[in-house]
Design a protein around this ligand. Structure first.
Ligand code: SF4
Length: 415
């Protein structure tokens, strides 16, 4: 049966089984002369006169069904960087980080002071109270306090501060801090303007390749080093205008560098946190669009003695509580006392726990000390322990305090 195929006559419904090699026994002359055939046709009739449909004479317009790629819609995106102005990127699939933009222009002071926001003193005082009860990354690894600062002469320290600030944009404080340490350790002679100016580009790039925009920053910090070496004093400049001449240094960095390196209070260092939080508090009317607009507004009415502390105050507050996305209005005293016009409802159950010690009534809860961490290093397999001391005892913080060497076992307690 497998070699046979069924067929069906158009004149009757009987099915005939044909072998593939069998040719149908058709006599077209008989069919043509009589108009019909008495012979039972074994397969499709050859007398059929209607034309076979073919692609060549089909009336179907296939062009109507062909795929046409839709026209691409051009969209605008705005990308904000910390120290650089908004970058406008056109095109649906354009990468937002590829285009370089001129740095923010340094704006002159306002001719007419911006009016003081009515409740700014209460708001500022509450933020100070909250800041006293939180530990923010900026408090320990702020870029104006590089961890390399121990044993540095003043000129080198000023240079480290400037480099730390230049690496800090779009980068977490811990990463910036490590990059400065890497530079200091990998460049022969340590990190100074003279050594950085002559250091191979690959060495610099390898040391800072964890920070944001590291390729561009490699170029910027080497350029700043060369410019400083070329100065008569070989030191970090003391004016905002001179600092802003360095590629990659804008007004925010310049003012922070003057404050941290030279103790010169020439203006407010407005970064994204200061810009965002002062706008959330509605201190600007109308709202400001750039950190530079925010700076000139604030400098026109904020008392000068607050020009320096407002930056670390709001940066730490923005890192822990008034976050860029999902601010913690549930624990914020401004939100609880309805002193923030931008507060939003937050379900704390869905949020990460925040360690803070402030309370609504002004008390600061005592800081919870971390438990000592015990590390044991085994220097050899066979060790002689003091009578009564087992290796496992090292885990008991009530048993061991400080540092001790027991036989070949070194025990270290870390606070
Ligand atoms: S209430 Fe919310 S938005 Fe307002 S300052 Fe506090 S955390 Fe920021």
């Amino acid at each position: 049966m497998s070699g046979l195929r069924p067929t069906r006559s158009s004149t009757n419904s009987r099915v005939t089984l044909l072998h593939p090699e069998t040719k149908p026994d058709v006599k077209p002359d008989v069919a043509a002369t009589n108009g019909f055939t008495s012979l039972r046709r074994a397969t499709r009739s050859t007398t059929r006169t209607e034309p076979e449909a073919s692609s060549s004479n089909s009336t179907l317009d296939l062009s109507k069904y062909s795929y046409v790629e839709p026209a691409r819609k051009r969209v605008k995106r705005e990308v904000k960087t910390e120290d650089e102005p908004l970058v406008e990127v056109k095109g649906e699939h354009a990468s937002p980080v590829r285009r370089r933009k001129e740095k923010a222009a340094y704006l002159p002071a306002r001719e007419k002071a911006h009016p003081e926001p009515p409740k700014w003193r209460e708001q500022y005082a509450l933020i100070e109270r909250m800041r006293a009860g939180i530990d923010a990354p900026v408090d320990t690894m702020g870029c104006e306090r590089p961890l390399t600062m121990a044993n540095l002469d003043e000129k080198t320290l000023r240079f480290h501060i400037l480099i730390s600030l230049m690496l800090s944009s779009q980068t977490k404080d811990a990463v910036t801090s490590q990059a400065v340490i890497n530079l200091h350790e990998s460049i022969p002679g340590g990190l100074t303007a003279a050594t950085l100016a002559t250091a191979p580009e690959s060495t610099v790039a390898d040391a800072i390749n964890k920070v944001g925009f590291w390729r561009r920053k490699t170029e910027y910090i080497r350029g700043a080093a060369r410019a400083i070496v070329a100065r008569p004093d070989g030191d970090v400049p003391q004016t905002i205008e001179e600092l802003c001449e360095f590629k990659g240094v804008g007004p925010k960095m310049g003012f922070l560098a003057l404050q941290a390196a030279w103790n010169i209070n020439a203006g407010i260092g407005v970064d994204v946190h200061v810009h965002r939080i002062t706008n959330r508090l509605k201190w600007h009317k109308p709202p400001t669009k750039t950190p530079e607009d925010t700076r000139v507004n604030l400098e026109s009415w904020l008392p000068p003695e607050l020009h320096r502390p407002i930056n670390p105050l709001l940066v730490g507050f923005g890192q822990v509580i008034c976050l860029p996305v999902g601010p913690r209005c549930d624990i914020c005293l401004l939100g609880q006392q309805k002193l923030c016009p931008s507060r939003v409802a937050v379900n704390p159950a869905n949020r990460k726990e925040v360690a803070y010690r402030f309370t609504a009534d002004g008390d600061v809860k005592p800081k919870v000390e971390a438990k000592p961490k015990v590390e044991i290093a085994y220097e050899q397999d066979e060790v002689d322990l003091k009578p009564g001391l087992q290796v496992g005892q090292a885990d008991r913080e009530d048993t061991l305090q400080g540092e001790a060497t027991v036989g070949a076992v070194s025990v270290k307690l870390e606070p």
